[in-house]
Design a protein around this ligand. Structure first.
Ligand SMILES: Cc1cc2nc3c(=O)[nH]c(=O)nc-3n(C[C@H](O)[C@H](O)[C@H](O)COP(=O)(O)OP(=O)(O)OC[C@H]3O[C@@H](n4cnc5c(N)ncnc54)[C@H](O)[C@@H]3O)c2cc1C
Length: 603
């Protein structure tokens, strides 16, 4: 099946997105306008992104005379993307947006991630940056910075990490001091001077747009000159690469933001990744966003959508590898069937896809990547519910998103990466060379378990905070949703065994959560947070696959080849994958200390 067929099925048949135009916010839309957006993005991704994916990998960004050079194709693809209005697709019409549902926006952006994820990163960051300013910026900051970003005139970045502070942002040391006596009177916001180093900044320097809007986390020193401890001392600043006047016109003066160097990465090479020095010449001008000390809270505003976006990107790299390995398996011949005559050299060899083990690897990929796509779109649909549902539905959607975001980010990062590894395996030795695209997909995808909160940090968030918040209310709500799917699936003969297996897994997950916390000691509970994350993720995916299966069987169209394929992927996931959750939960439940207690000198 093509990506478009899968997306159409998930959007319209499963999530019933065609009904969203009944809501006031989406009243100008219809299935026809959603389809038009999907058509445009699919075409643009095919014509302007996909053909250059390998070029961007081999022609890494480089610095010439202090300026970052990128292939011309990057400039052209991004200008074409900006011209579609997609950066502001889900924003209000009055600021130039299309008021598109988040779920359609994400589905449309999926084509770009599949075609060339490294190009798409520039606009994803810009979209998140501008969205944050809309929520927390002053009116002037919205007009000067966010509006230009939504129009694609300037791009944006997120500057959180520092060389010594990645996962632990409370340890950042970038310093922001008030810029003179009248610092609060600047029309662009209270003006500070920033001094510090920001590491790993994606899209941190380039000449695709005439300005770059950096959103920078920094600390304002107290009266004693010391930086406040902890996350409550972190504030957020807009630091433009080039200075602008109160109306946003470029002044021709460079801000004190300096490119210290580019990072040379395993994958994702088409996106520049930079070490930026702020304040080499005394201090970079930065304008406070929101209140002092609220910086991390503001940043978290965009985390849900950004993390769903990371998971979707990982998934689409998985889709790209699946498609490539499927095409290869259909075309390459090798070996003969097992059984009588199998060793007869006069019998022509079969295609790879005729071997059961190859079909196993294809089904595994299909179950990971189509399941990952279902997960991302389900979460995006919850974002729409949070914005446009009834008050009760909004609250429920918010709680479900809290629970599901760590999974939406981390599950595809792990399992769509595994899908990419299987795609290489299907290619045999050829997959290990640069003559085929699958090795690049794997390299590009390897980032996703690291950025936007590492795998381990997502696991701590899930078991340490989300699973126990409000006395486990989020987990209970999620369990009710899963139970509803189980009840829906039980009457279907094809699904009854799967429904029972899911019911057991869910019960086990609840019991393991309680056992993990039985001593009320976080050190005991969290020693096995990552196996818990894995088991949780597999349970969620089993739920979504079962729900997809129920939709198919209720439609009475189980015999079409698309649905036969989906039901096979569902069977695969339930029989080969869900049982793994049991092993992962065993160490959680017993609060196993193997890892925690091994002495350092034993390594
Ligand atoms: C290509 C790329 C692009 C990036 N883009 C950006 C960007 O645009 N903006 C930005 O601000 N940052 C960006 N980052 C930074 C990224 O968010 C960090 O790399 C990430 O947060 C991890 O920080 P670190 O690299 O310092 O690793 P560390 O925090 O040192 O972590 C190393 C390992 O230790 C584990 N670990 C850390 N703390 C704990 C703990 N308390 N308990 C258990 N395990 C722990 C981690 O899970 C990880 O496995 C990017 C990174 C890369 C590689």
């Amino acid at each position: 099946m093509s990506t478009r067929q899968t997306i159409d099925f998930l959007l319209y048949d499963w999530l019933e997105v065609g009904q969203l135009p009944q809501r006031e916010r989406f009243a100008d839309h219809s299935r026809a306008t959603f389809d038009a957006v999907l058509d445009t993005c699919e075409r643009l991704a095919r014509d302007k992104f996909a053909p250059f994916n390998r070029l961007l990998d081999t022609e890494e960004p480089r610095v010439e005379n202090g300026r970052v050079r990128l292939p011309q194709a990057t400039h052209e693809a991004l200008h074409a993307y900006a011209a579609t209005g997609m950066i502001a697709a889900s924003q209000d019409a009055e600021i130039g947006g299309m008021q598109l549902p988040c779920v359609v926006e994400m589905a449309a952006n999926a084509f770009f991630s599949q075609a060339s994820i490294a190009i798409g990163a520039y606009t994803m960051l810009t979209h998140g940056n501008a969205g944050l300013l809309l929520a927390h910026g002053s009116e002037r900051q919205k007009q000067v910075f966010a509006a230009r970003e939504f129009a694609g005139e300037w791009f944006g970045t997120m500057c959180l990490s520092e060389p010594q502070a990645g996962s632990s942002l409370s340890d950042i040391v970038t310093r922001a001091t008030p810029d003179g006596a009248g610092f609060e009177a600047d029309p662009l916001g209270a003006r500070y001077r920033l001094v510090g180093n920001k590491m790993w900044i994606s899209a941190g320097d380039h000449e695709i747009t005439p300005n770059i809007v950096h959103l920078v986390l920094a600390k304002i020193p107290g009266p004693d000159g010391k930086l406040p401890a902890g996350v409550k001392g972190i504030s957020l600043f807009i630091v433009p690469k080039n200075l602008v006047d109160a109306d946003g016109q470029l002044t021709g003066i460079r801000n004190d933001v300096n490119l210290a160097g580019l990072n040379h990465k395993l994958g994702f090479r088409g996106t520049t990744n930079t070490l930026l020095n702020f304040g080499e010449k005394g201090g970079a001008a930065g304008y406070l966003v929101g209140q002092p000390g609220e910086g991390l809270r503001c940043m978290f505003h965009m985390m849900n959508e950004a993390r769903i976006g990371v998971g979707l990107g990982a998934t689409m790299l998985g889709v790209a590898g699946y498609d490539a390995s499927l095409a290869y398996a259909r075309q390459r011949t090798q070996g003969r069937p097992i059984g009588a005559g199998g060793k007869d050299a006069s019998v022509p060899p079969v295609h790879l896809i005729d071997h059961a083990d190859i079909r196993r690897m294809l089904l595994a990929q299909k179950s990971y990547v189509e399941g990952g796509l279902a997960l991302a779109l389900y979460c995006a649909r919850l974002v729409d519910e949070q914005h446009t549902g009834t008050p009760d539905a909004r609250a429920e959607a918010g709680t479900l998103l809290e629970m599901l975001t760590p999974i939406a980010k981390s599950w595809p990062s792990e399992w769509a990466l595994e899908a990419n590894s299987l795609a290489i395996q299907i290619h045999g030795g050829y997959g290990y060379t640069r003559d085929f695209p699958v090795e690049q997909y794997w390299r590009d995808n390897r980032l996703n378990m690291i950025h936007e909160g590492t795998h381990g940090i997502q696991a701590l968030d899930l078991l340490g905070r989300k699973a126990v918040m409000q006395g486990g209310a989020g987990l209970k709500l999620l369990a009710r949703r899963i139970d509803a799917t189980i009840a829906r699936a039980l009457p279907q003969a094809h699904l009854a065994t799967h429904a029972n297996a899911l019911a057991q897994a869910l019960q086990r997950l609840g019991a393991a959560t309680r056992s993990a916390w039985a001593t009320a000691n976080p050190e005991d509970a969290l020693a096995n947070a990552t196996p818990y994350l894995q088991a949780f993720g597999h349970t969620i995916l089993a739920w979504l696959w079962l729900d997809v299966g129920a939709t198919i069987l209720e439609s009475g169209d189980a015999a079409s080849s698309a649905n036969v394929g989906r039901l096979a992927a569902l069977d695969y996931f339930m029989r080969y994958e869900l049982p793994k959750a049991d092993a992962w939960l065993r160490v959680v439940e017993s609060r196993d200390n193997t890892c925690r207690d091994v002495p350092e000198d034993a390594f």
